[in-house]
Write a protein that binds this ligand. Structure first.
Ligand SMILES: Cc1cc2nc3c(=O)[nH]c(=O)nc-3n(C[C@H](O)[C@H](O)[C@H](O)COP(=O)(O)O)c2cc1C
Length: 166
């Protein structure tokens, strides 16, 4: 089975995870901003996106490509500040098609947010969000940033890909 990794990334952490998965599996890797590679060329898909303002950054792309995605086994990795759990699941369910959510095998990875790297707009929005967030731990991360990048956390994705390749 031939597969490929497609990802979007705003500040690079999802790109880093996609690269690690590509190195571990030898799958080709495509940045959605830079490719017109056709999903239909592949037998299975690995799709990665950061969560930005409570939505996976590539949610519109998923809607546009839904038929091709539903036609092949799909692993979806999200990259976010929040860890796996009902909060993240709720954001994904609110912005992705229900058919995608039930079709794709989801793995939640945690990313990185460096206040120094952010655009002025994003930095201001995250400070405002942090000041309003009743969850004090999450609020601190929104305002001061975090680094949860963990190469080992790709393991379930790599294992699933190996099953699909076998
Ligand atoms: C503008 C902005 C909005 C974000 N919104 C969320 C969010 O709603 N929920 C969350 O858990 N993490 C949120 N994050 C954290 C990102 O998901 C995290 O920093 C991720 O690693 C970014 O991926 P990237 O480096 O590939 O762009 C946000 C980060 C930024 C910069």
């Amino acid at each position: 089975m031939r597969g490929a990794i497609f990802f979007s990334s705003k500040y690079g952490s999802t790109a880093q995870y996609a690269q690690w998965i590509a190195e571990a599996t030898s799958l080709p890797v495509y940045d959605l901003d830079e490719t017109d590679a056709a999903l239909a060329k592949f037998d299975f898909l690995v799709l990665g996106s950061p969560v930005i303002y409570y939505k996976p950054m590539f949610h519109r792309w998923v809607k546009r490509n839904l038929d091709d995605i539903l036609g092949r086994p799909t692993v979806f990795f999200s990259v976010s500040g929040a860890g796996a759990g009902p909060k993240l699941d709720g954001w994904l369910a609110d912005s992705l098609p229900a058919a995608f959510v039930s079709h794709a095998a989801h793995v939640a990875l945690r990313g990185r947010q460096d206040p120094e790297e952010l655009s002025r707009y994003d930095r201001s929005m995250l400070i405002i969000g942090g000041l309003k967030n009743p969850d004090r731990k999450a609020a601190k991360e929104e305002i001061h940033g975090f680094d949860f990048m963990d190469k080992k956390s790709i393991r379930p994705i790599v294992e699933r890909i190996r099953e699909l390749q076998a």
